[in-house]
Design a protein around this ligand. Structure first.
Ligand SMILES: Cc1cc2nc3c(=O)[nH]c(=O)nc-3n(C[C@H](O)[C@H](O)[C@H](O)COP(=O)(O)O)c2cc1C
Length: 402
């Protein structure tokens, strides 16, 4: 299989932020995708990570100096600017962004930025006070107005101990942003992906219902990530308070039965199904047509099982990729393995509802992927966008090997 960024040449510019060590993982991610990566470090970056680390990882000399003692090529910044398919500044300090916006070229990296006509991509990371500073925001706006790209930082715990925006985007988010800049059509171009999201509502009477705490964030993150890779995305969502971007075709449903019908009707026209919705397992047996009146101290509510959407899909699946989610509170892996087998899934994403930061309503998730051959892949605690990118990476690999 040819990877989308196979043989691309990336200059990785590392600047002096605490996230400089994360650039090592980013470099590896691009190498795994078949890219050749060469590294430039600012003087401040070298206070955080030694050039030797990047030299060893990249297999090339790291440029640290505009005027090295034994110069062989006089205009190295021009040669590098021509060599690169893209220049990725990661992490990008407020300082390099300010210098780039002002056209300052006082070291090798800032000179290279000014000399380059190739896509210039900044992955900023800094404390929230800096990222919210109007001077920084103006500088970013100015660079964007010249067509340069920014990969938004995440909100989370920062090195200063504060919680806020400014944490470097996850490496898989950075990779996929660069991929979509260099290949606007995307690695999932032409692939039709059906995704479910959110909770369902099972009516008790016209004003009351049974539901759960699903926010829909995981399914929406998957829809956005798949669309940015060029997929044509249909999102079937239960009631949530989230917006969808235009390329996503959104279908709003309420009950488990409506979600079942919407999925089964569209499954034949799609290549991939990802069931990230938290569908109710039970629904009131006899929902009342009028509002139930207060009566007695206790009332009983008879429930019946809802239809199992993934089992219904399995019955008609002729070899398409079907990914399930299982949110568990006990025996997480064992229950996940059982569902994987019972529902004949391509793989299942399991998470533990009792773990802080994982599951419903949070911006982060801790998912483990389980595969039919027994492989398990613990993705660790990530933002939901980063989790979505990792899940789509797997889908791309499975499709590529098909
Ligand atoms: C411990 C420490 C952490 C820092 N982290 C950041 C950071 O995350 N983002 C940032 O913009 N600046 C950060 N700075 C400030 C930069 O290092 C400083 O602005 C420097 O001049 C940047 O130089 P450069 O852009 O040439 O690499 C940090 C400084 C220190 C001492």
């Amino acid at each position: 299989m040819t990877l989308p960024l196979q043989d691309k040449k990336i200059v990785l510019g590392v600047t002096g932020g605490i996230a400089a060590y994360k650039a090592c993982g980013v470099l590896r991610r691009f190498q795994k995708a078949g890219c050749e990566v060469r590294v430039v470090m600012t003087a401040s970056a070298q206070k955080f990570v030694a050039p030797l680390t990047f030299e060893t990882l990249s297999g090339h000399e790291v440029v640290t100096d505009m005027f090295p003692p034994r110069r062989t090529v006089k205009t190295r910044h021009v040669r590098w600017a021509e060599w690169a398919d893209a220049i990725l500044i990661c992490p990008a300090t407020a300082n390099i962004i300010g210098k780039a916006a002002a056209g300052i070229a006082d070291d090798f990296l800032s000179t290279l930025i000014l000399a380059s006509r190739r896509p210039l991509i900044f992955a900023p990371a800094m404390d929230y006070e800096m990222i919210e500073n109007p001077i920084y925001r103006e500088n970013r706006k100015k660079l964007e107005s010249f067509g340069h790209h920014f990969i938004d930082s995440e909100t989370g715990h920062l090195a200063s101990g504060a919680v806020g925006p400014g944490r470097l985007a996850d490496e898989s988010v950075i990779y996929s942003a660069v991929e979509s800049i260099l290949h606007p059509s995307g690695a999932l171009s032409g692939v039709r992906v059906l995704i479910t999201a959110g909770p369902t509502r099972e009516p008790i009477d016209p004003v009351r219902y049974l539901s759960n705490n699903s926010s829909g964030k995981m399914g929406f993150a998957l829809a956005e990530a798949a669309a940015s890779r060029g997929a044509s995305v249909t999102l079937v969502t239960g009631p949530v308070s989230l917006e969808t971007m235009p390329p996503v075709d959104r279908i709003d449903v309420s009950t488990a039965a409506e979600m079942n019908d919407a999925v089964l009707a569209r499954f034949p026209d799609h290549d991939v199904l990802i069931m990230a919705a938290a569908v109710a397992d039970f629904t009131p047996l006899h929902p009342s047509g009028s509002k139930l009146k207060k009566q007695g101290e206790a009332v009983g509510l008879k429930l019946r099982r809802t239809g199992d959407i993934l089992k219904n899909v399995a019955a008609v699946n002729d070899g398409k990729i079907v990914v399930g989610f299982a949110l568990e509170t006990d025996d997480v892996l064992e229950n996940g393995k059982r569902k994987l087998k019972e529902k004949r899934l391509t793989f299942i994403c399991v998470n533990d509802a009792t773990e802080p930061g994982a599951g419903f309503e949070t911006d982060t998730n801790h998912v483990t992927l389980l595969f039919p051959d027994g492989e398990t892949d613990d993705l660790g605690m990530l933002s939901k966008s980063a989790t979505a990118e990792k899940i789509l990476d797997r889908i791309e690999i499975i499709r590529g090997g098909a």
